[in-house]
Design a protein around this ligand. Structure first.
Ligand code: ADP
Length: 229
């Protein structure tokens, strides 16, 4: 009996990690068992190529590496974790929650191609990872849609607070804007569940407000009681 796979997706600074953590905490408190994954696996040797790419060793701009090549770097990292860690869990029915997945290749690499070529890229990605490599297809993708201006502000605040500087994706505002446009197309193409992180006036919604919406989506998907919230 195969398990279920729920994926969190969004552009950098959309609040993915924050919402992912809150959902995991609440699911745990409610007594549900699951396995948590975070991609990329920066601590694992399987991330070597994508780290070289993000560090700018193949070029200082994201566009210096074509989307098919860059996507393969991330795909092998997922394959390694599938084989080493979660294949037996998933195949015996465990619920898997993942912060990023194949979906990130659509968001971060698709925009390197003109819009007319993106649907073919999205289909290639789907075929490559889910059919050829044999990675499981998500049952639910929650896409956090944060306007680029607000996402950039949150990213820069996080960088200042942690005294870190982002990778070649995160420091490039034009690239981040391109990723959001691509993400919206990918969300329509694949049928992701979109959660708007800003209200109609463009103000960022509170973390708890977004969390409640996500909890409702997940409890419906898993047929869980909702009273824990
Ligand atoms: P991501 O994982 O998508 O890059 P994070 O979850 O790390 O994003 O969020 C980026 C920063 O913005 C963090 O410092 C986080 O605390 C903050 N943040 C996330 N969501 C919100 C929100 N809705 N309102 C205000 N700050 C937020």
């Amino acid at each position: 009996m195969k398990g279920k796979l729920i994926v969190f997706e969004g552009t950098d600074g959309s609040g993915k990690s924050t919402q992912f953590r809150l959902l995991c905490d609440l699911l745990q408190t409610a007594g549900n068992s699951f396995h948590r994954l975070v991609f990329p696996q920066y601590q694992e040797p399987s991330s070597a190529l994508l780290k070289m790419y993000l560090n700018g060793e193949f070029g200082s701009r994201p566009s210096d590496v074509n989307p098919y090549a860059a996507s393969s770097f991330y795909a092998v990292d997922r394959y390694a974790s599938w084989k080493k860690v979660w294949q037996p869990l998933y195949e015996s029915g465990t619920l898997i929650l993942s912060d990023r997945y194949t979906t990130s290749n659509a968001v971060h690499q698709g925009g390197k191609l003109p819009p007319a070529d993106q649907p073919a890229f999205f289909d290639w990605l789907f075929d490559f990872e889910y059919r050829k490599l044999g990675l499981p297809q998500p049952d639910l993708v929650i896409y956090l849609d944060m306007p680029t201006e607000q996402a950039t502000r949150l990213l820069r605040t996080r960088e200042a607070a942690t005294h870190t500087r982002g990778d070649i994706h995160e420091v490039d505002d034009a690239y981040l804007a391109l990723c959001r446009r691509t993400a919206l197309r990918a969300a329509d193409h694949y049928g992701w569940q979109k959660v708007s992180c800003a209200d109609a006036a463009g103000a960022v919604r509170s973390i708890q407000d977004i969390h409640r919406e996500i909890w409702d989506i997940v409890t419906k998907q898993l047929s869980l009681p909702t009273q824990t919230h």
